[in-house]
Design a protein around this ligand. Structure first.
Ligand SMILES: Cc1cc2nc3c(=O)[nH]c(=O)nc-3n(C[C@H](O)[C@H](O)[C@H](O)COP(=O)(O)O)c2cc1C
Length: 186
């Protein structure tokens, strides 16, 4: 598959078959991630490939947050369990984190590079017949979630990716026409 086709075919895939990606496929995605432009060659990215226990632990941390809206303890417990089980059952989850440089200008560049790395993961996945789904949110700073996936002090989680063989590929979501968002400046 050529690059333009991979870019066009990429979707946020939320339903996967049970087949997890192989270690070789994951290594290929992560190798591609490290080839992005990176000012000062800081190599800011860190990747965490989660096994079932880590996925369940992350899901439990997320479930705890969701359970705060529950009306009673039995409901709260069912939310915690369901969220943890859902995450354990995922074919594969990757955490993309970045090392926090003390210099804020470098930190911003590093964030940009690490997000580009994330896109390389997503596009390489498409080229391998796989799908990905990026998630974010306040959970990424939650100490329980960070502990569950083993991210240390000094690193920031910037994306939580599900990876697997798509069971269902959603239709493309329309974007604004490029002419509407482009200024051709003389
Ligand atoms: C930085 C980032 C964070 C995202 N976080 C979430 C999220 O927390 N939950 C979610 O459902 N989708 C999340 N998405 C996926 C977007 O909702 C999705 O890319 C968008 O709907 C367009 O769909 P597409 O990826 O299939 O083109 C995130 C995407 C990016 C780039």
């Amino acid at each position: 598959m050529n690059l333009t086709d991979a870019i066009s075919a990429r979707r946020s895939v939320r339903k996967f078959t049970d087949r997890p990606p192989t270690r070789e496929e994951l290594e290929q995605m992560l190798s591609a991630a490290t080839l992005v432009p990176n000012h000062r060659l800081t190599n800011p990215w860190r990747f965490y490939v989660l096994g079932p226990e880590a996925r369940a632990g992350y899901g439990l941390a997320l479930g705890n947050r969701k359970a705060k809206k529950a009306t009673d303890e039995a409901h709260a417990e069912s939310i915690r369990k369901a969220t943890s089980d859902e995450h354990r059952a995922q074919p594969c989850m990757l955490i993309v984190a970045m090392v926090l440089n003390e210099n804020l200008e470098i930190r911003e560049e590093d964030y940009a590079s690490t997000m580009m790395a994330t896109q390389n993961i997503c596009l390489t996945a498409v080229s391998l017949g796989l799908g990905t789904y990026i998630r974010s949110g306040a959970i990424m700073d939650d100490p329980a979630a960070r502990a569950a996936v083993g991210v240390p002090e000094g690193e920031r989680i910037i994306a939580v990716l599900s990876v697997g063989t798509p069971l269902e590929v959603p239709d493309a979501k329309p974007r604004r026409a490029v002419a509407e968002v482009t200024h051709w400046v003389d």
